[in-house]
Every structure is written in C-alpha cells, then in structure tokens.
Design a protein around this ligand. Structure first.
Ligand SMILES: NC(=O)c1ccc[n+]([C@@H]2O[C@H](COP(=O)([O-])OP(=O)(O)OC[C@H]3O[C@@H](n4cnc5c(N)ncnc54)[C@H](OP(=O)(O)O)[C@@H]3O)[C@@H](O)[C@H]2O)c1
Length: 215
C-alpha cells in the first residue's frame, strides 16, 4: 500500500506544529501553511518545527500526498474545496462551539461526515483530533512500548484509512480503525475517547461500551 507521501499541514497554531513534529520524527517531509504569507511563520517554523518548510497553502497542498487539516472548523468553511481535490485529507478538526461559534451545518451530527461531503473530490480520514496537542507529543511511543496509547482512525475508504493508520502508528500510537466516518463519531467532542489518552484495551473498551449504550 502506498504511504502518505509528503505531508502538508494546514494550520500552525496548537495542533498543527505538534502533528508536524511527529510526522518529521517519523521520517516524512512536511510543509506547513497558514492562510497567510509563509514569510510570517518562517522564523517560528525554523525554531519550533525544525525540518518543516513554510509555504503558501495552495503550494503546500499542490505538492502533498496527504493534507492534514489542523485549522478551526469555522475557518474550514472558507477553504476552497477544489484546493484539496484528489488528495488524501486527514481531518484533525473538531466542532467546538465555544471557539467556533454555533455552526448550523455541524450541530447534531458527525463533523467529519460534513467535512467529507464538502470535500467530495478527496478521501477524508478522521484522525489526530481527539488527543490534546501537548499530550499528542508527550505520549507518543514507538511500537511495542508497554504503555503505548491508542488513537482512532476513521473513514469510508479502507485504503485511505489503512494509509493513515500506518502514519499514526509511525507517529507513536496504536491505530484503532473505524470502518466509516459515521462510526468515527466516537472520536469527536462528547464521544467516549475525546480528550483522553488511553491504552489500546482501554480505548477498545470505552468505544465498545459506547456502542453498547447506543444499541
Ligand atoms: N489544540 C489542540 O490540542 C487540538 C488537538 C487536536 C485537534 N485540534 C483541532 O485542530 C483545529 C485547530 O486547533 P488549534 O488549537 O491548533 O487552533 P489554533 O491554535 O487557533 O490555530 C489555527 C491555525 O490555523 C490557521 N488557519 C486558519 N485558517 C487557515 C486556512 N484556511 N489555511 C491554512 N491555515 C489556516 C491559523 O493561522 P492564520 O489565522 O494565520 O491563517 C492558525 O495557525 C481545531 O479544529 C481543533 O479542534 C486541536
């Protein structure tokens, strides 16, 4: 199976740099972008994400095999879906009304399903959204480490899910696959694993019990 290739991380706030550093550590070329001029983040990128290249978002995406969306969901609504056409897209975003405001399309459902509907020309995988940025790096461990933690990977395209599961594994987490974005709702705010950093058995128990409670 082909790997994720070059990663373009959109968003250089809290989550984006953590994801970028883990991907670089895993051996991937990484470019990073905000909505603005890459010159504005050149120095900070050099200091806090050594190895990452700041680019304009469109250029970053054009050269990438995989695009990680680490931008606020309300800003996603302004993003041109055509930019991401044909790309494997990791949706690391969450609907967080306290900072996003109330976004009508995202109330009462799965945010990644709506993201995927908007990005009809992309393969969307939900991942890297449910662990806080500081813990995401602190808790990352190589495969086989006894206290390794788990991270969910959900999507409707099994090949895309497999690719991102491999990336998540290389970034330091036991990947737990969900066979649809619908099933991946367990990863979003209000779900049983959101904001937690669980071991694989704990993660599986929590999501199983949640599925049981919905049955
Ligand atoms: N914070 C966490 O621990 C964490 C963990 C996992 C997932 N997440 C999710 O990740 C998303 C971002 O959270 P955050 O805390 O990192 O937000 P943040 O600190 O506010 O950073 C957002 C970043 O996105 C950039 N951005 C906005 N619109 C953009 C666009 N169209 N193209 C490229 N970059 C753009 C912003 O730069 P400009 O405004 O300069 O463009 C900024 O660098 C949220 O949905 C959040 O739920 C957060």
């Amino acid at each position: 199976m082909a790997g994720p290739g070059r990663l373009a991380v959109l968003g250089a706030g809290h989550a984006g740099p953590s994801i970028a550093r883990l991907a670089i550590k895993a051996g991937y070329p990484v470019v990073i972008a905000t909505s603005g001029d890459p010159e504005d983040i050149a120095l900070i990128t050099e200091l806090v994400i050594p190895g990452a290249q700041p680019r304009w978002a469109a250029d970053a995406v054009a050269d990438a095999g995989t695009v990680v969306l680490a931008i606020p969901l309300h800003r996603f609504l302004d993003l041109d879906p055509g930019l991401l056409n044909g790309k494997l897209v990791v949706d690391a975003m969450n609907y967080w009304p306290a900072s996003d405001g109330v976004l009508k399309p995202f109330t009462g459902g799965g945010s990644s399903e709506i993201v995927a509907r908007r990005l009809a020309g992309s393969a969307v995988v939900k991942a890297l959204n449910h662990i806080g940025y500081h813990e995401l790096e602190d808790r990352a461990r190589p495969a086989g480490t006894p206290d390794r933690r788990a991270a969910g990977v959900a999507g409707d395209d099994p090949v895309a899910v497999g690719t991102i599961a491999g990336l998540v594994d290389q970034m330091g987490y036991d990947p737990v696959r969900f066979e649809s974005l619908r099933a991946g709702r367990v990863l979003q705010p209000g779900g049983p694993v959101f904001g937690t950093v669980l071991t694989l058995p704990e993660f599986e128990r929590a999501t199983r019990e949640d599925a049981g409670s919905l049955a």
